[in-house]
Design a protein around this ligand. Sequence first.
Ligand code: KG4
Ligand code: ZN
Length: 338
Amino acid sequence: IPDVYILAIESSCDDTSASILKNDSVLSNVVASQKIHEEYGGVVPELASRAHQQNIVPVVHQAIAKANIDKNQLNAIAFTRGPGLLGSLLVGTSFAKSMAIGLNIPLIEVNHMQGHILAHFIHEDNFNKPEFPFLAMTISGGHTQIVRVNNYFEMEIIGETIDDAVGEAFDKTAKILGLPYPGGPLVDKYAKQGNPKAYKFPKPKVEGLNFSFSGLKTSVLYFIQKQVKEDPDFINKNLYDICASLQYTIIEILMDKLKKAVKQTDIKQIAIGGGVSANSGIRNSLKEAEKKYGWKTFVPKFEYTTDNAAMIGIAGYYKYLANDFARQDITATARYSI
Ligand code: KG4
Ligand code: ZN
């Protein structure tokens, strides 16, 4: 079989990314993160679209240059069709369509959430891949799902958030503490130096395998307001303990549902993906669960946890092998279930 070269484009949120894959190996993975949103404390969709518009051409050029290939070697172009911010998705979708027409090669549409899951199949030396069926927990700033993965494209959501995503829980509570956006990585950093049992935050009661994180944000807000009234310096004095307790609660919520999912499906292989899978607390808890419950867990390489085009490329590669191509009149879609 001849080698397959795929250019992949990801633009669903605030990262503009392009990647070149040779079969299931990544030759390049360029990510331009948009700094503009920091000062607003969250992603501003209109600004994200404009930044994608500026970034997309140089990012694609860089990906091709770094891969050291000629664009005429490309066999197909894969792009994120959804879910995500529509204005952002439109930039990547339109670019991918135009370039595919220009090069006269097929187009492959990819579901962003499937991309997060299939990132585990990117070829790496000494890398273990999950075997079907496995459970995937996608935890990011936009999503919180537990998915039963039967095959590359046969996936079933068995639990998801009914309100905020887990990344939002990190970011919104961090904002209450006065930390800059995105707060998740900072909470993680400070948590390492604090006592996770210093404060107790309530865990939500949600049916089945679903999640809820909006209540946590509210209870943290009330708690902090009350404490700051008594001592205006409360946050400064106790930042590490607050972060550790917060992270502890969030991870308990995730792990409780994972345990339930394992019980329900009898599947003990767990793969995580999405920005929050960079969190050291969840990584430690999964390692513990390997010993305690005999699970086999999979955590992607750091650069494939947050939004990136390589994960769209690997999904595109398997679709290419399955001859699953998109029509030229395909449109981006903000809501897109896996
Ligand atoms: O997957 P991602 O890059 O973008 C989305 O699709 O949302 O995820 C970004 C999210 C943000 O909420 C960020 O705070 C969170 O991932 N995040 C973390 C950590 N690193 C990133 N949350 C907790 N601990 C971390 N170390
Ligand atoms: Zn994502």
